[in-house]
Structure formats: structure tokens, C-alpha cells
Design a binder for this molecule. Structure first.
Ligand SMILES: Cc1cc2nc3c(=O)[nH]c(=O)nc-3n(C[C@H](O)[C@H](O)[C@H](O)COP(=O)(O)OP(=O)(O)OC[C@H]3O[C@@H](n4cnc5c(N)ncnc54)[C@H](O)[C@@H]3O)c2cc1C
Length: 319
């Protein structure tokens, strides 16, 4: 444990060497027991990196440890939202922007970007055209690669590192039971293919039915299974931990497979994460996958957004 803490402290300066190790390598090199890996390190790494220990970068994990366990107490608070994430983040953001006179287009995809003088022209799938002198692209890496491939010649080959970004799935299995509630609103299952169980009826405001969401991170194997098998597996695992489930009736189920939920936090990737500034003056990038030193998290996306906005404003004021 102590060695891990020291490693995590060095994470920033230690750069590539730590990034070339997987989390599994790091845990083995520091003598973690099988039990400690199964009960502590693996759940923590999967939840924060959304990638298996064999693939995930030790450097990103060390950064998570440094921030969550070695910083201020308030840096590692557990917050459970009582509303869905759209209500928590998207609606207030929309209201804020519209209140400040910012026009927004919904369900609209940028399909092509070209140079127009010293600025940019963005075309969309709805036939709209936006001319701008500064452009911030905030799509995930795979969507950016697709957009650039359709764009003007200046954009071709601008980010060769994009091909290195893979993706990692998250599978959520929703189950509605009659007469069953787990003892806690949030539970981690140790040594199980199911990682977390959330009792939505105890978490979300206004939910009355017994709705459980079972979450599997870094779910490369389970994402290949069909819905029926996933529901069977989920019920069998729940019953293994809660034998009383035998008497409860499952009356509805729904499986959500997010195949490209996040970028894969694979080892060796960190050095290829691009900066918010690009080689084209006036063009900026934002997103959790840019060079923030963090895994694919809301925290990384927010940090990247702030960095990109700072860079954009700096060059705007310098004009
Ligand atoms: C199921 C699930 C659970 C998660 N749980 C957590 C968690 O508990 N904690 C946490 O911190 N993180 C979690 N994450 C990760 C978190 O959602 C991401 O890290 C974060 O949303 C990344 O933000 P972003 O702005 O970089 O990218 P995104 O949120 O992916 O936003 C990119 C946007 O670009 C849009 N777009 C794509 N192509 C185009 C185009 N051509 N034109 C216009 N728009 C385009 C997309 O529609 C999307 O809205 C989870 C992710 C998933 C899928």
C-alpha cells in the first residue's frame, strides 16, 4: 500500500515509464495480495478507469489514487445524484446559456469543417452553415476522426494519434422486482462479473417501483452477450448474494449496452492525448480524452473544457 502511494505521488513526473505499465503490473510489482486486488484495487480501478486491470494504464490509476486518497478530504467525497444526469447537468447548462443569449442547436451533427479565410465554416446534417473565426471541437475521438475525414484538406492528418484511441463498454442491466430491495441503496459485489448494484427506488426522487440497476464496467466480454443471457446472469448473481431473491418476481427488465461508453484508458496512450491547442490557429479541442492526465470521467471533461476555454480566450484577447 505504501509503495503504491509513493508511486502515485511520482505519477506526474514519472511520465512514460509508469504509463507503459498496466494496473495489474503495478499491483504485482508492489506485492498486493490476491485478496486485496479482488476486494479493493480491482473495484476501485474498474470504477474509475472503466478498463480491465490488464489493459489499463498504471499512470492513470496512480493519478486517481493521488487525487482521491492523497489530496484534501473533500476531493474524494461520494455524491449520489437524486436525479438523472440530464436533469443534473444538461438542463441547467442549457438554461444558463440560453439566458445569456447563446443560440443552441439540438440533434444536429457537424458533418464537415472547412477553412474560410482565417476562420472556419461548419456544415451540419440539417443543412445549417456556421462561419466562425475560432472553433472548439468537443466530440469524442472516434466522432472527430469521422468528421475530419469528411472535412477540408487542412484537416486531413491533423491528429494522427486519433487511431490509437480505442473504446471501452459499460453494460447496465435494469431489473424490476416485486418484493425485493437490497439492504443498501448502493452495493459493490466482490468476485462477481456484476460490479455495482444501485437501488434506483431508494436513490431517485419520485421512483416508487423496485428498480435495480446493475452495472458492469470495462465490459468487453459481457457486451457480446445477448439480453436474455445478461438478465439470467444478473439474476443468478443477485440470488447468490441475496438468497431471499428466490421469492421475488421479476416483472420487467431492460439492458443498455454502451459499446463506446468511454475511451479505453489503455497503457501507453497518455503520451498521445492531444493538447487543447492545435496546429491550426483558431482551432481547439476539448473532451475527457484530451491531455488532462485523468481517465474518462466527467472531471476530465470539465478540466479539458476549462483548459480549452482559457486557451481560446487567451488568443482572443491577444488579437
Ligand atoms: C454509462 C456511462 C456511465 C458513466 N459513469 C460515469 C461516472 O459515474 N462518473 C464519471 O465521471 N464519468 C462517467 N462516465 C463517463 C462520462 O460520461 C464521460 O467522461 C463524459 O461524458 C465525457 O464528456 P465529453 O464532453 O468529453 O464527451 P461526451 O459527453 O461524449 O460529449 C460529446 C458530445 O459530442 C456529440 N457529438 C459527437 N459527434 C458530433 C458531431 N459530429 N457533431 C456534433 N456533436 C457531436 C455527442 O453527441 C456528445 O453529446 C460514464 C459514461 C457512460 C457512458
Amino acid at each position: 500500500m505504501l509503495t503504491l502511494m509513493n508511486l502515485s505521488k511520482k505519477a506526474r513526473g514519472n511520465g512514460h515509464a509508469l504509463d507503459d505499465l498496466s494496473v495489474r503490473d503495478l499491483l504485482q510489482n508492489t506485492g498486493q495480495t490476491e485478496d486485496a486486488v479482488a476486494k479493493f484495487w480491482e473495484p476501485l480501478a474498474l470504477a474509475t478507469l472503466n478498463e480491465s486491470l490488464d489493459i489499463a494504464s498504471a499512470r492513470l490509476f496512480a493519478e486517481v489514487l493521488r487525487r482521491a486518497l492523497l489530496s484534501k478530504k473533500s476531493d474524494s467525497n461520494l455524491a449520489i445524484s437524486k436525479v438523472g444526469l440530464s436533469d443534473l447537468f444538461a438542463t441547467p447548462m442549457q438554461q444558463y446559456l440560453e439566458g445569456h443569449g447563446v443560440p443552441l442547436s439540438f440533434n444536429t451533427q457537424a458533418t464537415r469543417v472547412t477553412r474560410e479565410g482565417a476562420g472556419f465554416l461548419v456544415e451540419t446534417n440539417t443543412g445549417e452553415r456556421f462561419a466562425t473565426d475560432q472553433l472548439l471541437l468537443a466530440t469524442p475521438p472516434n466522432a472527430l476522426a469521422k468528421l475530419l475525414a469528411e472535412s477540408g484538406s487542412e484537416f486531413q492528418g491533423l491528429f494522427p494519434e486519433l487511431v490509437r484511441f480505442g473504446s471501452a463498454p459499460i453494460v447496465s442491466i435494469n431489473l424490476w422486482f416485486e418484493n425485493f430491495h437490497p439492504p443498501q441503496r448502493m452495493l459493490g459485489l466482490v468476485n462477481s462479473p456484476i460490479h455495482w448494484v444501485f437501488d434506483k427506488s431508494k436513490i431517485l426522487t419520485g421512483q416508487r417501483s423496485s428498480h435495480l440497476t446493475l452495472v458492469v464496467s470495462g465490459a468487453h466480454a459481457l457486451a457480446q452477450e445477448n439480453k436474455e443471457n445478461l438478465v439470467k446472469l444478473a439474476c443468478a448473481e443477485l440470488q447468490r448474494f441475496f438468497p431471499e431473491l428466490e421469492n421475488a418476481r421479476l416483472y420487467h427488465s431492460q439492458v443498455v449496452k454502451e459499446l463506446e461508453a468511454t475511451f479505453s484508458a489503455q497503457r501507453g496512450l497518455n503520451r498521445y492525448r492531444p493538447s487543447n491547442r492545435t496546429a491550426l490557429p483558431g482551432l481547439y479541442l476539448a473532451g475527457d480524452w484530451t491531455d488532462t492526465g485523468l481517465p474518462a470521467t466527467i472531471e476530465s471533461a470539465v478540466l479539458s473544457g476549462h483548459q480549452a476555454a482559457d486557451a481560446l480566450l487567451e488568443s482572443h484577447h491577444a488579437r
